[in-house]
Write a protein that binds this ligand. Structure first.
Ligand SMILES: *[C@@H]1O[C@H](CO)[C@@H](O)[C@H](O)[C@H]1NC(C)=O
Ligand SMILES: *[C@@H]1O[C@H](CO)[C@@H](O)[C@H](O)[C@H]1NC(C)=O
Ligand SMILES: *[C@@H]1O[C@H](CO)[C@@H](O)[C@H](O)[C@H]1NC(C)=O
Ligand SMILES: *[C@@H]1O[C@H](CO)[C@@H](O)[C@H](O)[C@H]1NC(C)=O
Ligand SMILES: *[C@@H]1O[C@H](CO)[C@@H](O)[C@H](O)[C@H]1NC(C)=O
Length: 487
């Protein structure tokens, strides 16, 4: 398995008022994956960038701009809605003013909206609109801000809707990327911007979005994607130049960005060696338009002696460890597992996402003796508790829905989670909703003691020539993502 270690620590340049990050080691396999916060809810942040101090991850979620914090890049706590900003909000810390400064989309061609706070995750107040060029012509789009040495920079893309070809069938839009230095307070710019384009100035240079900037001596680098819009694969481009004025040399890191859209680069300084790892971050669509596009992929960049970076490893085997499966219109599912210890079973939860369903979801927790009993026609189980989850209680994000319990269990006791559609009339029949709910599945060993069963839509009675065949059959090699708390 391809794994790279990056030792973590804060950037000394932006300690600010936040706590220094804990030292530790995080492993970044090149898998596409969902990320979850410490409560088990999906991290819902696209257009995200990880900042520093503690590590902060900000990005657009279903309801606003979500902020998460972590000391180790592994365990993330949801800090709530930033309460300010817009698309692709990005935050930098100004050591002189001791303020966090947020930059975000939302001012059209005029520039970007700017706000300040003394906290990295809340309390931002408006500080006006910052212009980025002397004669605003094109609409401002994706951007990032970054402190490099004693200066700060904005990299941004502009949408050219004035080109007579724009808006025709393909390409739909023209957008070029630019760089401008920020004022000392980081609330405005010098208004002298430079194009970040290669000598070719071809369609690749004219379809750039989601730019980010970092410095690795002796080059400034601008990482970007091509025009994409929540897609599952676009160019990952990397420009480098010794000055922000250019000329810029362009390379393509990956043709499809490992089925993602590049988000940005996080430099991680290892204080033991003073070596910096540059962690590339892409946002990956997990295979269904029904659910939040919140997949992530991280890969440390490897540099060559000429300053270019090696291609990303977009191996086919670098798959989502949890996959989005939307099939409650066709199946009820039953996840079974033995209790790993004796005690009181207090809670069981699964991750469910929705879009425009009309029906609800039913989750029941049962205890039973053997898998044979479980699939046998008849009631050879004990219901421990159940819950009905309505569409309004869920969202496009894979958040936890849980059932509270208070059931004594012994190690090895078999527990079952049933999950499927529900009608208000009280029926529990698969296929009750034309629009399926979505859950998360992962691959399990075929001999795992955790077995997932499925029951086809409307299949409620025994089958087979002797009437002895169960309609509940194994979903081989698959598991439903769940957790169970036994105390
Ligand atoms: C690329 O990643 C895959 C999957 O993680 C791994 O098996 C393979 O060895 C990696 N290739 C290189 C060149 O690192
Ligand atoms: C810089 O970008 C603008 C906006 O796309 C474009 O009109 C101009 O031709 C570019 N200049 C150069 C030198 O590439
Ligand atoms: C890392 O850089 C800092 C600041 O320049 C210096 O004080 C420290 O000794 C360096 N550490 C190592 C291991 O080189
Ligand atoms: C059953 O679940 C409901 C809702 O989660 C909860 O309020 C109730 O306390 C649970 N019953 C037991 C016995 O835990
Ligand atoms: C399951 O099978 C694999 C080989 O296919 C074996 O390595 C593993 O030990 C088995 N696990 C159990 C719990 O029997």
């Amino acid at each position: 398995m391809f794994q790279l270690l990056a030792t973590l620590l804060v950037f000394t340049r932006v300690l600010g008022t936040v706590n220094a990050a804990a030292q530790g080691t995080a492993v970044f396999p090149n898998t596409r994956r969902f990320m979850f916060d410490v409560n088990g809810n999906q991290i819902d942040a696209i257009g995200a960038k990880i900042n520093y101090g503690k590590y902060y991850l900000y990005g657009n979620g279903a309801g606003g701009v979500n902020a998460y914090s972590s000391t180790d890049l592994v365990n993330w706590a949801h800090e709530g809605d930033l309460g300010y900003g817009g698309s692709r909000s990005h935050i930098i810390y100004n050591a002189a003013s001791k303020k966090y400064v947020v930059w975000a989309d939302g001012a059209g061609s005029a520039g970007y909206v700017v706000g300040t706070s003394t906290s990295p995750v809340s309390g931002y107040t408006a500080a006006g609109v910052a212009a980025v060029d002397a004669n605003p012509t094109f609409q401002k789009a994706d951007m990032a801000v970054e402190v490099i040495g004693d200066k700060a920079y904005l990299v941004y893309s502009t949408l050219n809707f004035q080109d007579p070809r724009a808006g025709s069938m393909w390409p739909a839009i023209y957008q070029t990327s630019h760089i401008v230095q920020l004022s000392d307070d980081y609330l405005s710019t010098t208004k002298t911007s430079y194009n970040v384009t290669s000598a070719a100035f071809d369609l690749i240079d004219q379809q750039v979005e989601s730019p980010d900037i970092f410095y690795r001596a002796p080059y400034y680098y601008v990482s970007a994607s091509n025009s994409c819009g929540l897609c599952s694969g676009t160019l990952s481009v990397l420009y480098r130049s010794k000055t922000i004025q250019g000329p810029w040399t362009r390379q393509i890191l990956a043709g499809y960005s490992c089925n993602s859209q590049p988000e940005g680069i996080l430099p991680l300084l290892d204080p033991a060696t003073n070596q910096t790892t540059y962690l590339w971050h892409g946002n990956s669509v997990p295979g269904s338009a029904l659910t939040s596009r919140g997949g992530h992929i991280f890969q440390p960049l490897q540099f060559n002696s000429d300053g270019s970076a090696q291609p990303l490893n977009c191996s086919d085997s670098a798959r989502f460890e949890y996959e989005s499966v939307c099939d409650s219109d066709s199946y009820n599912l039953y996840q079974t597992f033995p209790s790993s210890k004796s005690g009181t079973l207090k809670e069981i939860g699964i991750n469910v996402a929705s879009s425009s369903q009309t029906g609800a979801v039913s989750i029941k927790i049962v205890k039973f003796s053997t898998v044979e009993d479980f699939v046998a026609p008849g009631y050879k189980w004990t219901l421990l508790n159940s819950t009905i989850v309505t569409r309004a209680q869920t969202s496009t994000v894979f958040n936890v829905v849980s059932v509270e319990l208070n059931a004594p269990v012994k190690e090895g006791d078999m527990i079952g989670i049933s999950y499927g559609n529900y009608y208000s009339s009280g029926q529990f029949i698969a296929g009750g909703d034309a629009v399926p709910y979505c859950h998360l599945e992962y691959e399990v060993e075929r001999n795992s003691t955790q077995v997932l069963f499925e029951q086809g839509a409307g299949q409620t009675s025994p089958r087979g020539d002797d009437g002895g065949a169960s309609v509940v059959v194994r979903r081989q090699g698959r598991g439903l993502k769940f957790y169970a708390v036994v105390v």
